[in-house]
Ligand binder design. Structure first.
Ligand code: HEM
Length: 129
């Protein structure tokens, strides 16, 4: 192998390793880590004493709901459908939360967010194994 070929071989290896690295470290977070963040932000939102803080955590909660929704549930086809349904219910419920944020009513916004807890409980009971 001459010097140029050796160089090309090293470059190909580096590129391959780089691609593998990217595939494992970037992209959509998995369901578990999205859920963990959802838990943190819903808790922080409920503890907020002003609308700014509440709105910030509600936004972060929604972003993580969106991330969770970009994953495919690792289960049967009907479980996958159920999972998408549950995520869609959260997204829908968050529209009611946003409406109260716009209205500037912190108590009503908290109540709308709290209304998502039964959705969590319902879906965790069947999908969280
Ligand atoms: C208010 C809404 C919700 C909150 C705050 C929430 C929070 C959480 C938390 C804290 C975990 C544990 C994560 C960990 O192991 O560290 C979890 C797990 C999980 N949640 Fe949720 N969740 C919510 C709604 C939902 C809904 C609607 C679904 C289904 C559509 C769902 C499906 C799951 C699944 C499948 C797991 C297990 C993930 C795994 O360990 O791989 N969650 N959730």
């Amino acid at each position: 192998m001459n010097q140029i070929n050796k160089g090309l071989a090293i470059l190909a290896c580096a590129l391959t390793l780089g691609l593998i690295g990217c595939a494992t470290t970037s992209g959509t977070p998995n369901i578990e880590s999205s859920m963990e963040k959802m838990g943190e932000h819903i808790g922080a939102a409920m503890k907020s004493t002003n609308m700014n803080d509440f709105a910030m955590h509600a936004k972060a909660f929604r972003e993580n709901v969106d991330h969770a929704g970009q994953n495919t549930y690792p289960g049967t086809t009907s479980e996958q459908t159920m999972y998408r349904e549950g995520i869609a219910k959260l997204a829908q419920g968050l529209n009611a939360v946003d409406a109260q944020i716009v209205a500037g009513d912190l108590d009503a916004a908290k109540n709308a967010l709290k209304a998502l807890l039964p959705v969590r409980n319902q879906y965790h009971a069947v999908l969280k194994k």
